[in-house]
Design a protein around this ligand. Structure first.
Ligand SMILES: N[C@@H](CCC(=O)N[C@@H](CS)C(=O)NCC(=O)O)C(=O)O
Length: 314
């Protein structure tokens, strides 16, 4: 039971969709805990030690935050079928990491900004949701009068990126890297998919060649989820021990193992760092431990890329 994969996520979360697709490509069985899309998240934050973003993957008393770290762990534990089918899987992993930075940072921002301005009347965009996201991103939502201009501005940025994707697919290939699906399909799919979710209808801006590829990707499904309550997931953490931390190699300026640290996203969500004792650190990964009365001792894992770590005074 404690080795079960427990994904904390919500339906219209595009980063969660990236992970759900990987679970599908690997045909994995997992437990699904639905978390709220906005703060407060009283049954989630106790697990992560402060981090608010979705998704997180819990395995016993280990919690993996950020899709990059989650997917790395899934590939390590379940290497077959691989999400890097090659022919050179090492190079493909690196190319896909680069691709993922584009789709996470830029494509996602443009698709979400475009659709939320173009379809600002969609049911999803309640005042509470918009206020939560303005606080998350640290900037005000565009007022009604500016929405049309913001939609157009984002569309000018979105169109070239949609052309890049169409051009990758121009020779009629089945998937991004050819005949086998890979992580590259998942990382390009989710920022497009979220436009339909937020608009509550198929986004007209997605051209047919991309739509057909999206249908092929979606056909792999999400593996075999069964739902679990958040309380049951907290109980799993409480009745499990975290795995021994990975070996560490500190770099110049790093806090020392055993320091009380905060780990904070460098892009958005900075108001909600995770806080705990640093137990692992190297050039690629970070992990801290914290203790909470509802979870006992938990290790929370982050990628190094996109997160800063600093020792807290005292
Ligand atoms: N770099 C993070 C980004 C995660 C992220 O921004 N997730 C969105 C949901 S798709 C989020 O957490 N939004 C705010 C919230 O749900 O509280 C990752 O790859 O996991």
């Amino acid at each position: 039971m404690s080795s079960a994969l427990i994904l904390h996520h919500y339906d219209f979360s595009n980063y969660s969709e990236k992970v759900r697709l990987v679970l599908g490509l690997k045909g994995l069985t997992w437990r699904s805990v639905e978390i709220p899309p906005t703060l407060p998240k009283p049954d989630y934050i106790p697990l992560t030690g402060g981090y608010r973003r979705a998704p997180a993957l819990q395995i016993g008393a280990d919690v993996f935050c950020d899709t990059a770290r989650i997917i790395e762990e899934l590939e390590r534990r379940f290497p077959e079928p691989t999400i890097y089918p090659g022919p050179d899987s090492v190079a493909q992993r690196a190319f896909t990491a680069g691709l993922e930075r584009w789709t996470d940072a830029t494509l996602t921002r443009n698709t979400i900004n475009y659709i939320s301005c173009e379809h600002s009347d969609a049911d999803r965009f309640t005042p509470e949701f918009l206020a939560d996201r303005a606080a998350l991103l640290g900037k005000p939502e565009p007022g009604l009068a500016h929405r049309k201009a913001a939609a157009i501005k984002n569309l000018t940025q979105l169109r070239p990126q949609l052309s890049w994707i169409s051009d990758i697919l121009h020779d009629g290939r089945t998937y991004i890297y050819g005949e086998a699906p890979s992580l590259a399909d998942c990382v390009i799919y989710h920022p497009l998919w979220v436009m339909d979710q937020l608009a509550g209808e198929r986004a007209a801006v997605i051209p047919a060649v991309i739509r057909q590829w999206m249908e092929r990707v979606a056909a792999h499904g999400h593996g075999n989820p069964t739902s679990m309550t958040a309380h049951a997931a907290l109980d799993v953490a409480d009745s499990s021990d975290p795995l021994p931390p990975l070996p560490s190699q500190t770099l110049d300026g790093d806090p020392a193992l055993g320091d009380t640290v905060s780990i904070t996203p460098t892009d958005y969500g900075r108001a909600n760092p995770s806080v705990g004792t640093l137990v692992a650190i190297d050039a690629q990964r970070l992990a801290l431990q914290h203790r909470n009365e509802r979870t006992g001792l938990v290790t929370v894992h982050f990628p190094r890329f996109g997160y800063s770590v600093r020792a807290l005074d005292g």
